[in-house]
Write a protein that binds this ligand. Sequence first.
Ligand SMILES: Cc1cc2nc3c(=O)[nH]c(=O)nc-3n(C[C@H](O)[C@H](O)[C@H](O)COP(=O)(O)O)c2cc1C
Length: 355
Amino acid sequence: MQQNYHTMRYNIFFMSGTGNSLTVANNIANNLNSKHIPTGIYNIENRTNIKDINRGSVGIVFPTHGFTAPWLVIKFVATLKFGNWRPAFTICTRAGARIGKVYTPGLGGSANLIVALLLLIRGYRPKIWGAVDMPSNWMAIHPALSNKTCREIYQRAKKRTDILAEKIANNSTHIFNPNNIYDLIPGIILLQISFMYIIFFRFFLAKLFFASYKCTSCGLCAEYCMTNAIKMIGKKAPKPYWKLRCESCMRCIGYCPHKAIEVGHSWAIILFMIAGASGLPAIVVNNIIPQHLINEWWIVWLTILLAFPSIVIAYYIFHLINRVHFINKLFSFTTFTRLFKKYKHTGVNINRFKS
Ligand SMILES: Cc1cc2nc3c(=O)[nH]c(=O)nc-3n(C[C@H](O)[C@H](O)[C@H](O)COP(=O)(O)O)c2cc1C
């Protein structure tokens, strides 16, 4: 039966650390183009190209981070030009996995909700909210899934993406379905954690990366980084240094040709203690100031505020002492990431991220 698709142009904006969200965005774009709906696909990280993009409907495709949308995506959507109430869609990719014979979904939490609200504020109608399970890429906490499991998850994701593309093409509304409710309820319950992720945890995570003794100073990590968060420091044999604007997208780990990028697990314990110790002045203040003038949130905020300079200074020292071979080996051997299989979506070309 001949379908009547609408012919509004779609601009799909994506963010993708290791290629999952790019694959989903590509699949939606191919689907829409095959239905004669003109569709462009643009990378959020190259914001300069984006200013000149034709007006049209908007789609946002991105990974879930900390049960919500990454800061880069939030910032981008919040500054979109007014949409004159054109239709829009938001699709987050989640950490899919397989336990035995059962495929387990990730948890998108408030990811689509936040993006949909921002789209609404920017004058779009977010009619389709979708979540697609792709292989989990969070290599800081677990090894990559086996190639076979990844292939199976890709096949399932392709089917799910085809369904979403059909709904987008039909201009239908797809919000309150079981898949989204599954995300939304815990998403709202976990909002405080997501908020803490955005304002603090992501900075802490950025300061856990380091280059092991396998690093050849090739600088590819800095070149590929989506937020230019990696700076090569040092004249002779420069080594990568992660700035606070890192999104922990895992691209550097996934694409390092020498598998030299680690997340310091032993270092995380030290840094956590340093960040915690930053709360000491807050406790002192608590004892000096009359109790009726303060509450416990005051202390939490002061601790967070003081933890920032502490972790930045501590990380700089960590970066410097890691140049000493035996210290670097010590930290490299006391991280689990050394043992973890690394993940990247092999079906996408890293250069496509930069186009
Ligand atoms: C720092 C970080 C946090 C993540 N948090 C979540 C999460 O809260 N829920 C989830 O389902 N997946 C989570 N993931 C998994 C990714 O969202 C998922 O693997 C996604 O498909 C990666 O897409 P990309 O390759 O386009 O970046 C997280 C991944 C990273 C690196």
